[in-house]
Design a protein. Structure first.
Length: 118
């Protein structure tokens, strides 16, 4: 059986061991906390810079999305291509008519010059 003298002898040793373990555990926590605070202080500028860049990128993406929604679609471009083709055909027809008119004008000119020359 454990006697009172044995407990009285071991009690100070037990207190020292418990105090040492407690001090070690709390010191680690304080060291970790101070290290975290130090890291946050060092990198606060970088974090704020990244937040600013992210905000800027978000704004640019919003502008691009708004602009993209106003761009013509494939069907719009297809209709525009059809209209341009129609205009090209009309211009080609007008070009042919102008050539015919120019030939007629040249012939009239030749006839008038020939009559004058007689």
């Amino acid at each position: 059986m454990v006697t009172f003298d044995a407990i009285a002898t071991l009690w100070p040793i037990l207190l020292v061991v418990v105090n040492g373990v407690y001090s070690h555990l709390t010191a680690r926590g304080k060291a970790n906390e101070s290290k975290i605070i130090e890291i946050e202080a060092v990198h606060t500028g970088e974090i704020n810079g990244l937040r600013s860049e992210l905000s800027s990128a978000t704004e640019r993406i919003s502008v691009l999305e708004a602009t993209g929604s106003q761009l013509p679609t494939y069907s719009d471009l297809s209709r525009l291509d059809g209209r341009v083709t129609e205009v090209a055909k009309s211009v080609s027809e007008i070009k042919g008519e102008i050539r015919a008119g120019n030939r007629l004008l040249d012939n009239i000119h030749k006839v008038l010059l020939a009559e004058r020359g007689e």
